[in-house]
Design a protein around this ligand. Sequence first.
Ligand code: 6LW
Length: 498
Amino acid sequence: MSAEPVIPGFHPDPSICRAGDDYYLACSSFEYFPGVPLFHSRDLVHWRQIGNVLDRPGQLRLPAGMPSSGGIYAPTLRYHDGRFWLIVTNASEGGGNLVVTATDPAGPWSDPVWAPGVPGIDPDLAWDEDGTCWCTVAGVSQLRIDPVTGQTYDTPRPVWSGAPGAKAPEAPHLYRIGAYWYLLIAEGGTERGHAVSIARSRTPDGPFEPCPANPVLTHRGTDHPVQNTGHADLVEGPDGSWWMVFLGVRPRGGTPGWHVLGRETFLAPVTWVDGWPVVGEVAPDPSALPWPLAPGPAEEPRDDFDDPGLRPYWISVRDRPAEHVTTGERPGWLTLRARGGSLDAPDVVFTGRRQQHHACRARTLVDASEGRGGLAVRLDERHHYAIEASGTRVRVIARIGDVRAVVAEREVPAGPLVLAVAIADPPPPHGPCTGPDVVSLGVEEPDGTFSELAALDGRYLSTEVTGGFTGRVIGMYAAHGCVRFDWFDYLPDDRART
Ligand code: 6LW
């Protein structure tokens, strides 16, 4: 049974659209800046991040002190009338629903148009034949909107709430496919009960008739390696076949299973039977696809911070003001300047990338002669492991909920130093109490060997423990003063089981 996501790591709530031969996909980003990672593909299985939709403060302001898993929820991305449209919720204080547009999805995207009349989260946009734009939101309710101005018409009208009694009907997407309007939703909550259901109507505003085979996708109650499947979007493939992208997780270890990479984006084929979609095998074998694969260039494992800006995969917590995060101050280095809090604070100065492989290794060359900071595996402000340098001292810090402890310390020679994190399977024997992985933190010796300071159980950096909607991010931070990083590299470790 294949279990490979098409976009691994914390990339949930995928929304997809097609423009000619090109496909684009957007995901949620929560407390991270820039927001809404945007991917491009030609074959639906190989995706390359080409930017972030909300990449400047005028588009994305996350309030000081906002906790993890607030911020940017569940976008809908559509191509309509020669333009790309994205509607999304900023769920934090001072936010709401906003629409941005672009002619090139790599950017720039417009300033936001706010739509205060759109109630709740997970907004969708769909245009009917006479140009009316329908906005459907979690709940599930609907109203008409002018997406150019944000003006809404009508009071929101309930249209369908999925299976009677099922919690959290959300993530609606409305499409005209053939003779029907289809309303696709998620239900059951984004955890193990997650599912995708569908209803149809002859008109965009209903009445909607539920599919007798609902849910059309769920893995609840199964031991499929991909769990929590839901929050889907539909798209037509290059050959006219239909496909579904959706989020799923890959729990590992013993009971109950812990997922550490967040909610990832998966792909499955869809066939139509009696006007209803039938979802095929999750994570199909890419070599069996009926069109040529277009893998694109492999991502470079190392960033030397020689470019004027940061690559699109780098994300910071809440914002990224130049006075705190810059590559210009010491050319070829990333300079992080602390602003009060360390990793425990919601406004930590942190810049990282998503952990995308179960077994991997990350390293960075740090100069901590003017401050204190280092390399962290971050799930949220209450759950992280870090190796931190300050002058000639390094220490490993673990924060697990209410408990924070220095678990190892040692002296190092003066001067820049390589900090390293290696993440791998726990050693056998594996039993019901085995965690998902082991996070090992240490320093690299001048001869290149890794000296471990601590090896920590990875379950405490899993979403089953922390709650919330994100996944692990590995990156650099400044806890005090000014900390500089010459390079950072990230490599999947193919020697370990994935
Ligand atoms: C999102 C909701 C969901 O708004 O989780 O899994 C919420 N689905 O639709 C946050 O991603």
